[in-house]
Design a protein around this ligand. Structure first.
Ligand SMILES: [Zn+2]
Length: 201
């Protein structure tokens, strides 16, 4: 059953495991979905994205009408999609796909790796520099950048990996305010962080 998946061409926007961020068959140690194959993960994304690409409905209707076999995996994929602003939950509870302008998820490397997997001790500084510079270049306000970064710290488990002098993610982010203000490029720092992430993950 999984055999056909290996022949599938890799797409630029591979669907990451909503727990560990892996886009490969192998999950990170301790991942709650360890053993869940790629096709199940991709299926969960498509179950959610497909109906939203043609209609706008509440999450309740999405679960009841479109995805009656809603699992914990769907729940986590849904949270990932909303957390990364690829899916928007409106004030009235309806859910829709983000427009290209609204989605802040990067679509080029090395940012994709940093954004999805988070950083490790030894490359936190470069990775965070690159992400903050990216959000600044995307035109996000400092408030929006901070909330994206906080979400990223939690979603990727970066804070839990340790290796910070600061007492909180907020403190780490505050120290990169100059990067946001100056709008530095992200390429060089980002590439350095990505090679370290690849080595560690
Ligand atoms: Zn995983």
């Amino acid at each position: 059953m999984a055999a056909s998946d290996d022949s599938r061409p890799s797409v630029a926007q591979a669907y990451p495991c909503p727990d560990c961020g892996s886009v490969y068959t192998v999950h990170q140690p301790g991942c709650e979905f360890d053993g869940t194959d790629r096709s199940s993960i991709e299926r969960a994304y498509i179950d959610i994205i497909a109906p939203l690409s043609v209609t706008t409905i509440t999450k309740q209707s999405l679960q009841a009408k479109e995805v009656p076999e809603w699992t914990d995996l769907h729940e986590r994929v849904f949270a990932y999609l909303t957390g990364t602003q690829q899916v928007i939950v409106e004030a009235d509870g309806t859910v829709r796909l983000a427009t290209e302008d609204e989605s802040v998820a990067p679509d080029e490397e090395p940012l994709i790796t940093i954004y999805r997997q988070g950083t490790y001790p030894g490359c936190h500084d470069n990775g965070i520099f690159a992400l903050v510079a990216y959000f600044s270049n995307m035109g996000l306000s400092w408030q929006e950048t901070k909330s994206q970064m906080l979400d990223w710290f939690n979603r990727t488990g970066t804070w839990d990996r340790g290796g910070f002098e600061e007492d909180s993610p907020e403190e780490v982010i505050e120290q990169k305010r100059h990067v946001w203000a100056e709008g530095y490029g992200w390429q060089r720092m980002g590439n350095q962080a990505k090679s370290e992430i690849k080595r560690r993950s």
